[in-house]
Design a protein around this ligand. Structure first.
Ligand code: KG4
Ligand code: ZN
Length: 354
């Protein structure tokens, strides 16, 4: 089965074509156009601006993904349009789209485009939860049975930090999540305090890599709490106070602050995930979301699993499928294939786990 997937929940406009054959999911093409440079100018996303960019980009992105999959070849606009119609009619079996959570203006662009495609071509449409898709990005692989159930899923993105237990692709239970800022949000807000460019997660990682340790130490919120909740806003306040008290940090000291911030965030994420895995007898751990791009987080999982002698495999998506993309949306739709009529899908900015 071949699916054309669309993602437009925030500031990325993305489309991808995936194929599922038996136990294998492969990406035939994945195109992402981001308005992040625009948002870097203001240090964060302005929803109205993100939506305006989405509407400009959505059709060119879909057209490019069809050509990158080799389904259209002509550069002549008229011929290309004909090829596009034939390609979708003959080669695409279904559409998938993120219907939440996200920014309403941005979500609407993807959802209405997907509905129009389903309506015009008379093909099935699968509404997809963006958060679950971050986890299912791990199943873009030759053999999806390599990741055993039940597993603990850790979602770490710009807007969310959640721990779930998955029994199957359609049965999962939410164990806990952040009470305030998400992990990615903490990286971004702390970066802003330090005048680092947005999004600050990758920049903090890069600066932390310049040093092997830090003379500074920040708290590790809720590290030992007996639930599966997280809280990162106190860490942000602590760093803010620290920066006010140390206005003249050298480059070396900035790198060490980044190291200490990353250390606090990754320690809490890994400790709580391993605790959940042990408590629920998980057969594997699956991580996803923008922060799963962080190599120190991967390394910490490996070190802690070895140190604690836990015999549990852990999985991260391929780096290009960690931050927002449409391939993960296609994967989610293929794994939990529940098409609806185009009339029955509605954007849901507050969508959580249903
Ligand atoms: O999943 P994502 O692309 O968008 C949301 O659904 O929110 O995540 C974006 C978040 C941003 O907060 C960004 O700073 C963070 O992921 N991020 C990272 C890294 N790469 C992206 N955080 C830490 N280290 C990274 N390498
Ligand atoms: Zn995301």
């Amino acid at each position: 089965m071949k699916i054309l997937a669309i993602e437009s929940s925030c500031d990325e406009t993305a489309a991808a074509i995936l194929e599922k054959k038996d136990n294998s999911i492969s990406v035939l093409s994945s195109v992402i156009s981001s308005s992040v440079q625009l948002h870097a100018l203001t240090g964060g996303i302005i929803p109205e601006q993100a939506a305006r960019e989405q509407i400009k980009l959505i059709l060119p992105v879909i057209s490019t993904t069809l050509s990158e999959a080799g389904m259209t070849t002509s550069s002549n606009p008229q011929e290309r349009l004909q090829q596009t119609h034939l390609a979708i009619s003959n080669n695409i079996d279904a559409f998938a789209v993120t219907y939440g959570p996200g920014l309403i203006g941005s979500l609407l662009i993807g959802v209405e485009t997907a509905k129009t495609l389903a309506f015009v071509f008379g093909k099935p449409l699968v509404p997809t939860n963006h958060l679950l898709a971050h986890i299912y990005a791990n199943f873009i692989r030759q053999d999806i049975s390599e990741i055993p159930f039940p597993f603990i899923g850790l979602i770490v993105s710009g807007g969310h930090t959640d721990l779930l237990k998955f029994e199957s692709f359609s049965e999962y239970k939410w164990l806990g999540g952040t009470r305030d800022d998400a992990a990615g949000e903490a990286f971004d807000k702390i970066g802003r305090l330090m005048n680092l460019p947005y999004p600050a997660g990758p920049v903090i990682e890069q600066k932390a890599r310049e040093v092997n340790s830090s003379q500074f130490k920040f708290s590790k919120p809720l590290l030992h709490s007996d639930d599966f909740d997280f809280s990162f806003s106190g860490l942000k306040t602590e760093v803010s106070r620290f920066i006010k008290n140390h206005p003249q940090l050298t480059e070396q000291e900035v790198n060490e602050v980044c190291y200490a911030v990353q250390d606090s965030i990754t320690d809490v994420l890994v400790s709580k995930t391993l605790k959940a895995a042990e408590q629920f007898g998980a057969q594997s751990i699956v991580v996803g979301g923008g922060v799963s791009n962080n190599k120190a987080l991967r390394q910490r999982f490996e070190n802690e699993i070895n140190k604690q002698n836990l015999n549990i495999p852990f999985f991260f998506p391929e780096p290009k499928y960690t931050t927002d993309n449409a391939a993960m949306i296609g994967a989610a739709a293929l794994l939990d294939y529940k098409p609806v009529l185009w009339q029955d899908i509605k954007s849901n900015p507050e969508l959580y786990f249903v």
